[in-house]
Design a binder for this molecule. Structure first.
Ligand code: 2AL
Length: 232
């Protein structure tokens, strides 16, 4: 099977690192196609960025459908354009925030999120409400470094992430940590090993969820609001 992993920002380094993380967990028979838009925003750090990114992402979803991919992943923690993408797609579409929340909720009664900038916190809060996970999320922590620092300043961001995950583990009364950015995927395994607590990254979680849906032969419903957009 083929999974299109879309980094909705235009940062190619991040697209490559997300693709690598996805490939590491994909089964032997799964091909990961990591893509990003050529136009849009270089990182997604607020509502405006999300709106621009969602517009360009939808074109990539359309292209992926034309290439008959078996699933799409929206690899940004705000899950931008998710419902609209599902209208365009017959293959399943999964956002990395919803994938991470679903998986974390299966292995812990409570989790905390460690994300990037404080201004993106509200986006995660809105998603928790929308997906029905508010009662399971203890706290949202922000490392307060720009998204692109995950590529350009890898060591410092890793250290900050590690420290924040450590205090979340100690203080929040949780059983798992969710990483709140596509660019953090590469650090999940290490942090989990060092801190000895499940650290859920949405990119890898989404790969395994898409593989599961594919195995079950389940695709996006075209009955109801996820039907193709009305022709005008
Ligand atoms: C993100 C993400 O996952 N990619 C990006 O550009 N911005 N979200 C975030 N909260 O940092």
């Amino acid at each position: 099977m083929r999974i299109q992993v879309i980094n909705p920002n235009t940062c190619l380094e991040m697209t490559n690192s997300i693709g690598k993380s996805a490939s590491q967990v994909a089964s032997e028979k799964t091909e990961i196609i990591a893509v990003s838009p050529s136009q849009g925003v270089v990182s997604i750090e607020g509502h405006y960025d999300e709106a621009i990114a969602a517009f360009h992402l939808l074109e990539l979803i359309r292209q992926g459908e034309q290439q008959h991919v078996d699933g799409h992943i929206i690899a940004c923690f705000g899950d931008p354009g998710l419902a609209a993408a599902r209208e365009l797609a017959t293959a399943p579409v999964i956002g990395i925030a919803e994938a991470a929340f679903h998986v974390a909720s299966l292995i812990a009664t409570k989790f905390s999120i460690v994300t990037t900038l404080s201004r993106t916190k509200i986006i995660a809060e809105h998603l928790l409400i929308q997906y029905g996970y508010t009662h399971q999320c203890a706290k949202i922590h922000c490392i307060d470094l720009p998204v692109l620092d995950l590529e350009t300043n890898e060591q410092e961001t890793y250290q900050k992430l590690l420290e924040m995950c450590q205090s979340a583990k100690q203080d929040d009364g949780i059983g798992a940590i969710v990483l709140g950015c596509g660019g953090m995927a590469k650090h999940a395994e290490n942090i989990s090993k060092v801190l000895d607590i499940p650290v859920i990254d949405g990119v890898t979680a989404a790969v395994k969820l898409i593989e599961a849906l594919h195995g079950l032969g389940i695709r996006t419903s075209k009955w109801g609001d996820y039907d193709y957009p009305n022709q005008k």
